[in-house]
Design a protein around this ligand. Structure first.
Ligand code: AP5
Ligand code: ZN
Length: 215
């Protein structure tokens, strides 16, 4: 099964990805997590993308497309995968089509901008795995520590309010057009499209997501 999770920053893509990948035994491919790992490792790629990520802008399509194409040829992707944060522009979606990658489901997690700013300020992240928590809405078992490893949680650099607003603008301008792109695709190869209300408890959203994938 090949799934795309679409939605604004902070919609809960990463949070829901954890449940879907576990349930269906497919890997999560988060371009954001991959880029953050590269920045942390100070690799050539990391040095190239560090600034644009910190500002909340998008990394160039060429870099992203190459990264994803390489990733989906790996062995763990034979039974499918879940894209989280990709594609994010029309050229990225077109590159996927041109490569003949058939997508089964596109799930849009819809959340209004005001709610997003609140969510981001309380987000805490486990750097090693990308697991996310929220100080109020989805707290870890022990404050400040990852549930599985017990390691410290951090606050992402791009979660400052100004940067969040910039990321939201970028979403509306460059990523939102994918909603029309995917929901209007027709034919046997077209993915099933579902819009999911992303407001509610994490469990409620998981329930809606699973319904869309199984119903
Ligand atoms: P990326 O890592 O993809 O960031 P994003 O899309 O901005 O999404 P987030 O990770 O911020 O949000 P999320 O939807 O995963 O929400 P989460 O589950 O964490 O990208 C980062 C950067 O990398 C980009 O800005 C860009 O520079 C670059 N990049 C990445 N991919 C790219 C691409 N394809 N092309 C170009 N550039 C690219 O949840 C958020 C918070 O809310 C958490 O605290 C969570 O606990 C909480 N929460 C979750 N669900 C709920 C709920 N139901 N109720 C209340 N709180 C909730
Ligand atoms: Zn995420």
């Amino acid at each position: 099964m090949r799934v795309i999770l679409l939605g604004p920053p902070g919609a809960g893509k990463g949070t829901q990805a954890q449940f879907i990948t576990e349930k269906f035994g497919i890997p999560q491919i988060s371009t954001g997590d991959m880029l953050r790992a590269a920045v942390k490792a100070e690799s050539e790629l990391g040095l190239k993308v560090k600034e644009v990520m910190a500002s909340g802008g998008l990394v160039s399509d060429d870099i992203i497309i190459a990264l994803v194409k390489e990733r989906i040829t790996q062995e763990d992707c034979v039974n499918g995968f879940l894209f989280d944060g990709f594609p994010r522009t029309i050229p990225q979606a077109e590159a996927l089509q041109a490569a003949g990658v058939k997508i089964d489901f596109v799930l849009e997690i819809a959340v209004e901008d005001q709610e997003i700013v609140t969510r981001m300020s309380g987000r805490r992240t486990h750097e090693g795995s990308g697991r996310t928590y929220h100080v109020l809405y989805n707290p870890p078992k022990v404050e400040g520590k990852d549930d599985l490893t017990g390691e410290d949680l951090i606050q992402r650099e791009d979660d400052k309010e100004d940067t969040v607003r910039n990321r939201l603008n970028v979403y509306h301008e460059q990523t939102k057009p994918l909603v029309a792109f995917y929901s209007e695709l027709e034919g046997d190869d077209a993915p099933r499209y579902a819009r999911i209300n992303g407001v509610g408890s994490v469990d409620e959203i998981t329930h809606r997501v699973l319904e869309a994938l199984q119903g």
